[in-house]
Design a protein around this ligand. Structure first.
Ligand code: MSP
Length: 681
């Protein structure tokens, strides 16, 4: 029996989840449903990460104990996962994992003992006691190196903008530095271990840059809310060691009872779904711990991009631009949200989330697209065929009549089209390219819609000689809907079931392996059920105004940039002298690299024909591969006042055109040869 195990990160129990957290759960749930649909015994894990200083502090602030804080967040999570159909009751997760569960304590202690007993590939002890001195960010649960904080007293985290804690204490270390080669071997021998490829390359270059040993404990006197280090209770385990291990303790590692109920042997290794923000922990630290403990590595680690707001800013509580689950749930159907998330985000890249785009997509693709196809087909079957699925066949004697209408008398044309679309759908799905899979499914919606419009069943119904032609057209449409509800079940479980049920079918689309679908298996004569709209149309103005009244984050978000590429009008003029103040120079890119934890920025060294190259930061990382920029001639604002970004001084600015809703940058360049340092006038 084949099995499959898929996980989301376990989320910090310090604050309530938002759309970003929901998203990884939706992806996990979709994958789990598609595996189950294909008869594979599947285990799907999500849950909460409940230990560490961050939760201790959140609890203190809220006047709760850490356990009460965790319980409070978990109860909200459970309410939301139920409302969004992601819990066990709705066919979603198999476990909501909590790191405060006693079996987890047992399992994580067992893993520590195993690692502590083991030798590194270089023959050293994998864990040793030492002394740590450095800056720690509680929110990241991570020590920060010099290029990862903003200098100051105390320095602040570049990600959270919060003060770092000075830590100077005894600590256990995991000898990560001895695992670099072993990890690089894994990445080289298993090209799909980390996906997408761009993310894998980032991890590989990080590891190639050399690994430092990792502090894996804090003194109990500094952090008490956590799992004690086995044999040395004066130390608390590092929260990431504790949290990552949940993936194996949940299924029975280190606990016989869990092993009996779920089965480590049965389900491990897992596919880990994570946001790119925490890829390093999963793709470097976690495999290193497992290598040390002699445990098989995960099946794979998949890093998706981040949801950003319509203005391109990452969702965060501090910016007040998070999409709250309560609001989403109040105004939108679960399947519309699932569809939007999977259709809109190109897996691996960042995606924009705006209520307006959600409403637009729900109306165009769902209400007017699939929903309309379903209701028009079923309504016509009710009206013209006495609510029974008609025969799809056209007899010899009626063939000529059918041909006269222009209807394709050969049903294998549409059958062939939908089979090809199904194959593409499944291929893209397998590669987690959900957006492309959905495009393939919607090519069927468009095709069948056109077939109906061209055939004009309402006219065929008026002619007794065209009864069979009418039946054939409606059969093809209904059969296509049957296929679509099977294909789309993992993405939109409720809507698929509704279409299935309206077609008068028993069992459910969740029980049918899409790869086994055969054209023509919709039984003729099946009585359809009452026709109901599967995706009601959303009133955009009304919903937006309701959300605006209730949701602070939308109110506070600045207005979206214009959605067109039309040039903005020139409103003011400058004198030539004003323009002359700007010193624009030709430069050449000598080196370009990404900046850790700054998704948008590239760090460039640019030759302006001066004694020393300039260091310039450019917000183009999402659009330009650094390697491809090397050697390129660019235009630089050379007399722009230097300023610091992410701890780096930027000595000028690269000139680029900016267009489209996203403000996509296109670097200005020259087609003729021009020396470095030449001035633009
Ligand atoms: N507790 C750790 C994970 C431990 S796993 C062993 C943690 N928790 S978290 O609450 O910060 O969750 C981070 C994850 O939430 C991301 O990796 C991603 O899966 C999801 N997201 C949070 N914000 C997000 C967006 N804005 N967009 C997409 N997903 C995001 O890190």
């Amino acid at each position: 029996m084949k099995t499959f195990y898929v996980t989301t990160p376990i989320y910090y129990a310090n604050s309530l989840p938002h759309l970003g957290h929901l998203y990884t759960m939706i992806v996990g749930d979709t994958i789990a449903r598609s595996k189950r649909q294909r008869g594979i015994e599947t285990y799907f894990l999500t849950g909460t990460d409940e230990h560490g200083i961050n939760i201790e502090r959140a609890a203190q602030k809220a006047g709760r104990t850490p356990q009460e804080q965790a319980d409070y967040v978990v109860s909200y999570f459970k309410r939301m996962t139920s409302a969004f159909g992601l819990d066990t009751e709705h066919g979603g997760y198999d476990i909501f994992m909590r790191t405060t569960a006693p079996f987890h304590y047992q399992g994580v202690s067992e893993l520590w003992r195993r690692v502590a007993k083991s030798k590194t590939p270089k023959g050293n002890d994998a864990i040793y006691k030492g002394h740590y001195e450095g800056w720690f960010c509680a929110a990241c649960a991570e020590y920060k190196t010099e290029d990862e904080y903003q200098k100051g007293d105390p320095p602040t985290c570049l990600i959270h903008d919060t003060p770092l804690d000075r830590v100077s204490e005894e600590s256990y270390f995991f000898r990560l530095s001895d695992y670099a080669e072993a990890l690089l071997d894994v990445y080289a021998s298993r090209p799909n271990f980390i996906t997408p490829e761009t993310r894998a390359n980032e991890v590989i270059s990080f590891v190639r840059g050399g690994l430092q040993d990792l502090s894996v404990s804090r003194l109990r006197t500094s952090v008490s809310w956590g799992v004690p280090v086995p044999g040395d209770p004066a130390h608390t385990m590092y929260v990431w060691f504790d949290a990552l291990t949940n993936y194996i303790t949940a299924i029975g590692f280190g606990n016989e009872e869990r092993e009996r109920v779920v089965g480590f042997e049965k389900f491990w290794p897992a596919l880990h779904l994570v946001g790119k923000d925490i890829l390093r922990f999963h793709a470097v630290y976690w495999p290193a711990f497992l290598l040390a403990a002699g445990i098989e590595l995960p099946r794979g680690i998949v890093a998706h991009g981040m949801w950003v707001d319509p203005n391109g800013r990452k969702m965060s509580k501090t910016l007040g631009n998070t999409i709250e689950l309560d609001v989403l749930q109040k105004h939108f159907a679960v399947d519309a949200i699932r569809y939007f998330c999977l259709r809109e985000m190109v897996f691996g890249q960042d995606g924009r989330f705006g209520y307006e785009s959600l409403i637009d997509r729900a109306n165009s693709d769902l209400a007017s697209g699939l929903g309309n196809l379903s209701s028009r087909t079923l309504t016509m079957i009710a009206r013209y065929c006495d609510s029974r699925i008609p025969s799809g066949k056209i007899s010899e004697e009626k063939l000529l009549f059918a041909k006269r209408t222009g209807v394709d008398t050969d049903e294998t044309t549409v059958a062939g089209f939908i089979e090809t679309a199904r194959d593409q759908f499944l291929l893209h799905f397998e590669n987690l390219a959900f957006n492309r899979a959905l495009e393939a499914a919607w090519s069927v919606v468009a095709r069948v819609d056109k077939m109906i419009t061209d055939a004009k069943p309402w006219d065929l119904a008026k002619d007794e000689n065209q009864r069979q032609t009418l039946g054939a057209v409606l059969y093809r449409a209904a059969e296509s809907l049957r296929w679509l509800s099977v294909l789309l079940y993992p993405v939109m479980p409720e809507a698929s079931r509704a279409i299935w049920q309206q077609l008068g079918l028993k069992e459910g689309p969740d029980k049918i392996d899409p790869s086994t679908l055969k054209w023509g298996e919709l039984p003729e004569g099946t009585r359809i059920s009452d026709v109901q709209a599967v995706f009601p149309r959303l009133d955009k103005a009304q919903i937006l105004s309701e959300i605006n009244q209730t949701d602070q984050s939308v109110k506070s978000a600045p207005p979206s940039p214009p959605a067109t590429d039309a040039p903005e009008g020139i409103t003011t003029f400058v004198e030539i002298d004003d323009f002359a103040k700007i010193d624009l120079r030709v430069g050449q890119v000598l080196s370009a690299e990404r900046i850790p934890k700054a998704d948008k920025l590239l760090l460039l060294k640019i030759d302006l024909g001066e004694a020393e190259p300039r260091q310039i930061l450019a917000g183009i990382a999402q659009y330009y591969e650094p390697e491809k920029l090397i050697g390129r001639k660019v235009v630089i604002v050379a007399n722009l006042k230097p300023r610091k970004l992410r701890g780096y001084e930027s000595q000028g600015m690269v000139v680029a055109a900016s267009y489209g809703e996203e403000g996509r940058p296109v670097i200005a360049t020259f087609t003729e040869d021009v020396p470095n340092g030449a001035r633009l006038k």
